[in-house]
Design a protein around this ligand. Structure first.
Ligand code: DAK
Length: 260
């Protein structure tokens, strides 16, 4: 299978598994990612970790050979498939992290940008090289990159197709952090698990509302954003997990959240 889904404790592990082609994304793989998201929504997983198989790449982008010789309708449908699937990933009930090692280009970087977080290993290389093929990004890259790194840097990357390294990506805010990549360094999955362990112990209601407040606020005015925060913070207050969290603090014990 070119897309594999496994579960390990509280984690769902999604692996792009086509290392001979640097995990380049075929349309069928995007379909498989959508099916995996259905499965994850029905599971008890509390965090999703996305990685690419092999040593060389997280994902070298859309499969260029498959993109050739398609009519306009097929192209439009392909864009819708990618955009819809990656938007579902960005609003998944549980938080997600993409662990980028080696190359993360084009559609691969767009997949990573739809995750809640991104971690890069030291040797990672990232970019949106579509312009070099006479194309522009089609799976949300022009929109998500500018929200992550700002208009000037996003326009520079999209218009030049330039590749940036992990240090620059971290400085720009494209990745949350960079980790070492020596031979003894942990695997991408272990890196993802270590990072996500900070998030899995909380109420899913609170973590979902927190992410939604930030996400929705990014594309509106500060006044509307404050309204969104007021509504979601009131909703969080009304959950039984909030009652439990505050009671546990008062009673000096560990809270037992029930995601309700
Ligand atoms: N597609 C297909 N095959 C790929 C590939 C890709 N994106 N990237 C690598 N491969 C394949 C190579 O063809 C090669 O296969 P064989 O020749 O061995 O059969 C194998 O993976 C190993 O690659 P290399 O031999 O090239 O490995 P190197 O280490 O020398 O170079 C590289 C690594 C990442 C620098 C190089 O492979 C490279 O430049 N790859 C292409 C990167 C790229 O341009 N990616 C595409 C970005 S554009 C849309 C939908 C989607 C999109 C746009 C529109 N519509 C529906 C409208 C999105 C577009 C993109 O993602």
């Amino acid at each position: 299978m070119a897309v594999e889904l496994e579960f390990s404790g509280p984690y769902a592990l999604l692996t792009l598994n086509r290392p001979d082609a640097l995990n380049a994304l075929r349309f069928s793989m995007i379909d498989d990612i959508a099916k995996a998201l259905d499965c994850i929504e029905r599971s008890t997983a509390r965090a999703l970790i996305v990685t690419g198989a092999g040593d060389k790449a997280f994902c070298a982008g859309a499969d260029i050979k498959e993109l050739m010789d398609r009519d306009l309708t097929a192209h439009r449908n392909g864009v819708w498939l990618g955009q819809r699937t990656f938007s579902r990933l960005s609003t998944l009930r549980i938080p997600s992290v993409a662990v980028l090692h080696g190359y993360a280009f084009g559609g691969g970087l767009e997949l990573a940008m739809a995750c809640t977080f991104r971690i890069a290993t030291e040797g990672a290389r990232m970019g949106l090289p579509e312009v070099k093929l006479g194309l522009i990004p089609g799976y949300g890259g022009t929109q998500r990159l500018s929200r992550l790194v700002g208009e000037a840097r996003a326009t520079e990357l999209v218009m030049s197709g330039r590749t940036i390294n992990a240090a620059e990506a971290e400085r720009w805010g494209l990745v949350n952090r960079t980790v070492g990549s020596s031979e003894t360094a942990p695997s991408p999955i272990e890196i993802g698990k270590a990072f996500m362990s900070e998030f899995v112990g909380f109420s899913l209601c609170a973590s979902l509302f927190a992410r939604e407040a930030v996400q929705r606020g990014m594309s509106t005015t500060i006044a509307e954003g404050l309204n969104i925060e007021a509504d979601l913070s009131t909703l969080a207050y009304c959950t039984s997990d909030a009652t439990e969290g505050m009671s546990a603090f008062a009673e000096k014990r560990k809270p037992e959240f029930k995601d309700a």
